[in-house]
Design a protein around this ligand. Structure first.
Ligand code: RIB
Ligand code: CA
Length: 313
């Protein structure tokens, strides 16, 4: 089986960092063609820097990192330093990157990559707000039919919201972009909070990261030790929820996840529920299904895979 070619669109973010590392630790299944940074957890300058820090942590300076959009399509940027710290990668002490940003805009990289590969061979993996993806679709509608699949972290149904009572952060930051993506007709797989809130870095799991006894294992243990505070305080969680690595784990072992093909639409007008993913989980509307929306995860299987792959770096 040849490796799936992907572009990781990301706003690192400790959990984004672990997702990128999982992808780098899985070269038989995944070929990372490039990383596009987007404003989200922290401003673009930081997410673009953090993506390069992670590449160098994994000794993958060969992977091009592009800066993408620095703000949502129409709204003002909302960031999440309260969760991820001022740098977005608080926790471990990691050296500043020495690799430069790749030339060009991240949106242009997405467009050019899709235009230069056969249709159906490139998977987009958004781990942050969907601004870059939506902008690429608006600038170059011809690429929409060329996308193999979008596998994204975002939204919620039973878990409702983490940044507002009804919205998950990635969708809430740029609901207009999310609406474009969810209405694009592209094959869409969604890893929502319903799943990622079950992927918690408990103490034994964090100890397993630390036991890898490598710079990667130590950094991941330090990152997840840091960013668990928000969810522990808010939900009483047993550890940090590894949101974004669920996207990469799905590509490697989809059987770890279960979900339903349903209709999901995005609230873009009501201030009260802005950014809500209105998921027709129970099929009560006649709206056509547009997403494979995940509802459950084999958490032990997920962490076994993640730990094994991190140990390869
Ligand atoms: O709501 C969780 C999502 O928002 C994750 O992708 C996290 O990194 C932040 O971007
Ligand atoms: Ca993210």
């Amino acid at each position: 089986m040849c490796a799936r070619k992907i572009i990781i669109d990301t706003d690192p973010g400790q959990d984004d960092a672990v997702a990128i590392l999982l992808a780098f630790g899985s070269p038989d299944e995944i070929e990372v063609l490039g990383i596009t940074a987007v404003a989200g957890n922290v401003p673009l300058a930081m997410t673009a820097k953090n993506a390069r820090i992670v590449c160098e942590l994994a000794n993958r300076r060969d992977t091009p990192v592009y800066a993408g959009c620095d703000r949502p399509l129409t709204r003002a940027l909302i960031t999440a330093e309260h969760v991820h710290g001022k740098t977005g990668l608080d926790g471990p002490v990691l050296p500043d990157p020495t690799m430069a940003l790749a030339d060009g805009h991240g949106v242009d990289f997405i467009i050019e990559t899709l235009r230069s590969h056969p249709a159906g061979t490139i998977t987009l993996c958004p781990l942050g707000p969907l601004t870059n993806i939506a902008t690429a679709f608006q600038m170059a509608p011809d690429i929409i039919d060329k996308v193999q699949e979008i596998v994204l972290m975002g939204g919620a149904y039973f878990a409702v919201g983490n940044i507002t009572p009804t919205a998950e952060f990635n969708i809430y930051v740029d609901p207009q972009a999310a609406e474009i993506v969810f209405k694009s007709g592209v094959s869409l797989t969604v890893l929502p909070l319903d799943v990622t809130h079950k992927a918690l870095v408990t103490k034994p799991r964090n100890d397993a990261f630390r036991a890898i006894a490598s710079p990667v294992g130590h950094a991941v243990a330090e990152m997840t030790d840091f960013f668990e505070r928000f969810d522990k305080e808010k939900y009483g969680s047993l550890g940090a929820p590894l949101h974004d690595p669920c996207v990469i784990a799905y590509l490697i072992r989809p059987e770890l996840f279960t979900g339903r093909q349903i209709n999901v639409e995005i609230e873009t007008t009501s201030e009260l529920t802005l950014g809500m993913t209105v998921a027709d989980w129970w099929g009560v509307t006649d709206r056509a299904p547009n997403a494979l929306f995940m509802g459950d995860i084999d958490a032990d299987g997920f962490f076994a895979l993640l730990t094994e792959r991190l140990a390869r770096l």
